[in-house]
Design a protein around this ligand. Structure first.
Ligand SMILES: [Zn+2]
Length: 155
């Protein structure tokens, strides 16, 4: 077992324990798959990768494992209006690019993303909160478009 895998497992054990959840081989494998990709996989894609190592794993177990990872703060679930969801082991707020045809999600390159750090002026937030009662807690940036040849070759 390599050092990186050990670190992931240690981190997972602590995070699960912090939420009163059990460490399982399935959860460990799901977390490894997620932590080792920047492709924002769907639950089905995670399932296919986990199945290589754990052939008896079920899709339901993968869904439950992903939920556990989200609950203990080791993953974020990116949801879309069509009911689809993708998962990201990078839990820091960061901008994404989503392909409208395939649904694939990529991170905006980190050397570019700081300049995308858009914030709303305070008076707009106050207006929104006063008018709607909605408490603004964050802002998610997502660029919608189509993957070009450069992005596709990076896959
Ligand atoms: Zn991401």
């Amino acid at each position: 077992m390599n050092k990186r895998r050990n670190e992931h497992r240690k981190q997972l054990r602590q995070a699960l324990a912090g939420k009163g959840q059990r460490f399982t081989r399935q959860r460990a494998r799901v977390y490894e798959v997620l932590a080792n990709t920047d492709q924002h996989p769907t639950a089905e894609e995670v399932y296919r990768r986990v199945k290589f190592a754990l052939p008896a794993v079920s899709l339901a177990t993968v869904y439950k494992s992903l939920d556990a990872l989200v609950q203990c703060g080791l993953a974020q679930k990116l949801t879309y209006g069509d009911g689809s969801a993708r998962y990201d082991a990078n839990v820091l707020e960061h901008p994404h690019m989503r392909d409208l045809l395939t649904g694939k999600v990529l991170d905006v390159p980190t050397e570019i993303s700081p300049s995308l750090a858009i914030t709303l002026p305070e008076h707009i937030i106050v207006s929104i909160e006063q008018r709607t009662g909605f408490k603004v807690k964050g802002l998610r940036i997502e660029l919608l478009g189509h993957l070009g040849p450069i992005a596709q070759s990076a896959q």
